[in-house]
Design a binder for this molecule. Structure first.
Ligand SMILES: [Mn+2]
Length: 237
């Protein structure tokens, strides 16, 4: 069987010193896919729906990566002062990409912003800033290195996530200041932090969709549970 291709979404940013736009992706995503036996493929944004469909036709699974805060208008809110600047090109492209991927039943591994975007596209809402809107003692925007686990999550027994990582509790890294607020219709919570913040979600009728708020791609080199999450995803696509 040929190796499975995982399309990875990228951020966009203005090029420094000239008027162009770059797409950028943390190499950790591609490396984690590689480590699990898949072939990573960075997906450029496009404004063409036909091209977006061709891109989806060319991959076996979709990895929605982390990045900028989703523009609040996508879930019917005005931005608060603490909300980060949106990645407009990315938001409009990925909104359509996720809708189409779900309609086409393409498996999705949604990470951090990816989970938040999935929730928004499916009709849910977000906290724009946890420290001001939902303060707690859990440090969701950790100070340490990206690959350092800092807070535990409790994982729902019987969930795809539990089957993937192989445990019901694990310590994860946490690099977010936003989070899922109202869960999209039909989805269920599969992981929570000790303060109740949603750290995982999935849909009982969409067995190829796994979403997590932490960054397993950063943990994968040293954490067997995060590695299993990637290898399980590769095995189902
Ligand atoms: Mn967290």
């Amino acid at each position: 069987m040929r190796r499975r291709i995982v399309g990875i979404t990228a951020s966009t940013e203005a090029s420094k010193g000239h008027s162009g736009t770059k797409i950028v992706s943390n190499l950790a995503y591609a490396r984690a896919v590689e480590l699990a036996g898949g072939v990573p493929f960075i997906i450029p944004v496009t404004e063409s729906i036909e091209q977006m469909r061709r891109l989806l036709d060319s991959i076996d699974g979709l990895l929605l990566s982390g990045g900028a805060d989703v523009a609040p208008r996508y879930y019917g809110s005005e931005p608060v002062a603490e909300c980060g600047a949106p990645d407009e090109l990315r938001d409009s492209f990925e909104t359509l990409l996720v809708k189409t991927a779900i309609q086409s039943e393409i498996p999705i591994l949604a990470i951090c912003r990816g989970m938040q975007l999935l929730n928004v596209v499916a009709g849910g809402t977000l906290y724009q800033d946890l420290p001001t809107e939902r303060p707690s003692n859990t440090q969701h925007r950790q100070q340490g290195e990206r690959n350092q686990p800092t807070h535990p999550i409790m994982i729902k027994e019987g969930s795809l996530l539990e089957a993937a990582v192989g445990v019901v509790e694990m310590k994860v890294n946490s690099l977010h200041h936003q989070a899922v607020r109202d869960l999209a219709p039909g989805y269920v919570v599969t992981a929570t932090a000790t303060d109740g913040v949603i750290e995982g979600m999935e849909h009982p009728d969409r067995p190829g969709v796994i979403a997590v708020q932490f960054h397993p791609e950063e943990l994968a080199p040293q954490d067997p549970h995060s590695r299993r999450l990637f290898s399980t995803f590769i095995s189902i696509i």
